[in-house]
Design a protein around this ligand. Structure first.
Ligand SMILES: Cc1ncc(COP(=O)(O)O)c(C=O)c1O
Length: 399
């Protein structure tokens, strides 16, 4: 048997949890694991028409390789869109097309992270980002959060103590995994702090367009385009199969990301780029996003009511105002990694808290996604999970 000599980074990135999420759950199990959009939000009729038209009339562009930074008309559209949605227009060399948010995270690692470099993250944070930073051999430094998200005072303390991260990775809206949103005053404090210390902010706006009531706070990039690199994605607001997003920020950083893209996929798929452009220019997002926002809002209302009805009194959860996710804190003595088998046996799946942390914190926490199940299923899922939690709490107190 040949012995394959895999790279060191294969042992550094972790990843079993993400693979498990993407693989789905066994039949009969109500899964609240993945941050997957609900397929009811996919605009299939319009896509059918646009895709057929592009293949028929635009094959030379849509089916061809594209420039590394994206098709010029698509960049123009994304530039207009930033201005329309975030009130600031990036210059031509301040935005590129990416193959989704995860690719932008990988590009940031390529462009900025040498082994041993410090990267600051929220505790807890997106699993995919933690894996990418680990794989890049970064020294990942966790910054404390509270019910309003990142604690800017905790970051300030670390920076004043000498921490010099290559960047701070943050998800200001409906954060993965907690569902929390950074309030406006903290946004101002954060950009001022990072400006003062010369720290680049890496802002991930994956869920930004999915507020339940259609409103949003100013993005960090719109407040401080000189110190913020924003990664956006169409995975949650359009559909993840398109694998498309953007990076917008200081031109020197954007130029390095575009150069790094030559080492990943060279260009995002042209067909997906043109689909987004045609759909967007025809007003597709304005027509369809309100229905998606209402659907997720109503799913959250159903899950929130079900948790209130079924969970023991000592279980707490976050109150998202958008996105797909809520974060539960169970009594200290309940280990959510161990509870998972009981929950699966009861017919419900969730993601335990520890993989979202640097190290082994968050053992009594877990993440629930409410995007995918129907409201009736969410009720049943909450009841099953509450049953598993209560049983474990009883058996712990009896032993
Ligand atoms: C916070 C966050 N960033 C990025 C991504 C990845 O997005 P994409 O599908 O565009 O790679 C996700 C997907 O779940 C996410 O939750």
């Amino acid at each position: 048997m040949a012995e394959f000599r895999f790279a060191r980074r294969t042992r550094l990135r972790g990843g079993d949890e993400l693979t498990a999420i993407l693989a789905g759950s066994p039949p009969g199990v109500l899964s609240m694991t993945g941050g997957f959009p609900n397929p009811a939000t996919f605009p299939t009729d319009e896509l059918d028409e646009i895709a057929a038209r592009l293949v028929r009339d635009d094959a030379a562009v849509a089916l061809q390789y594209t420039p590394c930074a994206g098709i010029p008309s698509v960049r123009e559209y994304l530039t207009d869109r930033q201005e329309q949605l975030q009130g600031r227009r990036p210059a031509g060399d301040e935005l590129i097309v990416t193959s989704g948010g995860m690719e932008c995270i990988a590009l940031m690692c390529h462009a900025l992270v040498d082994p041993g470099d410090a990267v600051a993250v929220e505790a807890p944070t997106y699993l995919g980002a933690l894996m990418a930073f680990g794989g890049a051999e970064a020294d990942v430094v966790a910054i404390a959060t509270d019910e309003d998200g990142l604690r800017v005072d905790a970051l300030a303390e670390r920076l004043e103590g000498g921490l010099r991260p290559k960047f701070l990775y943050t998800i200001p809206e409906y954060q993965n995994p907690t569902g929390r949103t950074l309030p406006l005053d903290r946004r101002h404090q954060l950009v001022e702090l990072c400006r003062r210390h010369g720290v680049l902010i890496f802002e991930d706006v994956a869920y930004r367009e999915l507020s339940f009531d259609g409103t949003s706070l100013p993005s960090l990039w719109s407040l401080a385009p000189d110190v913020v690199l924003q990664a956006g994605t169409f995975s949650k607001s359009f559909f993840p199969g398109v694998r498309l997003g953007w990076a917008a920020g200081p031109r020197a950083v954007v130029a390095e990301l575009a150069a790094a893209k030559q080492n990943t996929d060279q260009c995002a798929g042209g067909l997906g780029q043109r689909l987004v452009e045609e759909y967007g220019r025809a007003g597709g997002f304005e027509r369809h996003l309100p229905a998606a926002q209402a659907l997720y809002g109503s799913h959250w209302a159903a899950l929130s009511a079900a948790l209130t009805r079924h969970m023991p009194g000592d279980v707490e959860w976050t109150e998202p105002t958008g996105g797909f996710l809520t974060w539960l804190t169970l009594p200290d003595e309940i280990d959510t990694l161990a509870l998972r088998a009981d929950a699966l046996a009861a017919g419900v799946a969730y993601v335990p808290g520890p993989p979202f942390h640097v190290g082994d914190a968050g053992r009594n926490t877990l993440r629930l996604s409410f995007s995918h199940l129907t409201e009736a299923e969410l009720e049943t899922a909450a009841e099953r999970l509450a049953g598993a939690v209560s049983e474990r709490a009883h058996s712990r107190s009896a032993s």
